[in-house]
Design a protein around this ligand. Sequence first.
Ligand code: SAM
Length: 521
Amino acid sequence: MAGAECLSSKEQYILGEFNPLLPEVTDYLRKSLRSVTHNYDNEASKNQEDNTCIKKPFITDFNEFHHDIDKALTSLSLPPRFTTVRVNLLKTNVSEAVALVEEQLRLQHVGKSTPLPLVYQHHKLPDLLVVESHGIQKVKPATKEVVVGRMCGSAVLRGAEVFAPGVLGATPDLQVGDAVAVFADLNDTCLRGCKDFRGSKMFLGNGTALQSRKELFQASKSTGVAVSMKEQIFDSPSLGSCHLNLLFLQNLPSVLCGHILNPSKHMKVLDMCAAPGGKTTHIAMLMCNTGQVIAVDRSHNKIEQIRSNAHRLSLTNITAYKYDSTNLILTSDDKNLKSDEEKGGEVFNKIPSNINVDKICSELANSAEDLKFSSPAPPYAPSSFKWILLDAPCSGLGQRPQSHTKTNIKELHSFPVVQRKLLKTAVELLEPGGKLVYSTCTIVTEENEKMVKWLLDKFPNVELINTTPKLGKPGLPHCGLTKEQCEKVQRFGPFPYTNVHVQHVDEDTIGFFVAAFKKLC
Ligand SMILES: C[S@@+](CC[C@H](N)C(=O)[O-])C[C@H]1O[C@@H](n2cnc3c(N)ncnc32)[C@H](O)[C@@H]1O
């Protein structure tokens, strides 16, 4: 495997220098993505032989990518160097938000030798701040160590502290105040309470222990911050708990989705796979807290997350339902049922308990338009919505950073099946003239370009429309879409570089794909 380490051949891994995917998944992607570029080359050379005009590659980045897909996949083990934060413009403005973030960064930066990260408004998304950090740093591991799980490790790489439940192992004599090196267990082999972990691990940085070994492992349930990070090998800012009602940490392409959907105020929007509510709350904010965003997710616990995020951002135009979105269409049996519970939907009160209900009612009364929404529970009649977002469950292979991802080929093949069911439902629920936005956070063509092709073939009454603003690259060629169609969708990653010299925020994001459709009749 050129340019990428295979997990298992080594004990200690270096950030950004290994491919986190299973070998079988790497092979699958190598074929899928390489055949795309090879086909392109074949076509180009055929044109040359025919003496017709030579087609210029319309995806220039993939020229370079073509030569080293394996290297590009190693970028998945690195976090993006640019952290993006959405501003709740209903509660603050961009310059105030920049000042708040800068203040937070100054507090975190005490004692560090690197310059403060830059903070600025995104060049095309008015509600997005970019925090530009310095990427990989040289840090020498402290002698004592703690080992954390992969999820906790990814969070630390994106600027989080180490929380006690994420800690798996620690040096025997660990005391409060000790300097500790933090490692991530890459193969899930570290047992809780381990004293000297020898499995595959990656150094994340040094911190100060806020809990002793005894506190971490003797208590039945350890909570709170276990290690406060001081020097990270990747200097992502820690903004996760900062000004929770004003700022929302969100990846750039996710924020793009809300802008592409661009719903009108006082209208009704369906978010079919909504939890934890990042895009739902953005859409609700873009609608200035008017109208109604119906947020559906099939997981009960995750519905609570939508509710809590809506609450934290003071958004009252979101109604969340636990429901399987593949069954969202009203059938004749459903019509005979009366209550929401009978219909199978679990309703979550859209007004959080500590919000002044009288005030909200009087605000709503001022907006007669809003009153027409009486929180209808699913299922819904066909053609019920003018705006639908389907941020589909996907293989997630664009997420960054990833460490030793467990997704296997069987799982990879399962996602297009559910995506097709959800897309079919979405098209039925869309009213003629309505807009559907489809997105995934994966780089797999079967879930992206090829899914768009499937939809267009299956539903002749649906048209692919342009997505704006343009921040991503066009879709990949030779997946069934024409050049014009490729230019309408947006693809982010995998990027053909693995280091921190990327200059532009739009070229160092998670892997993502977004397409938009209009229903004609
Ligand atoms: C990519 S995540 C959505 C992220 C979300 N849109 C956000 O921006 O915060 C996909 C979600 O789809 C949900 N899901 C998967 N299958 C579903 C189904 N059949 N019906 C409804 N939700 C489903 C999962 O529980 C998961 O929360």
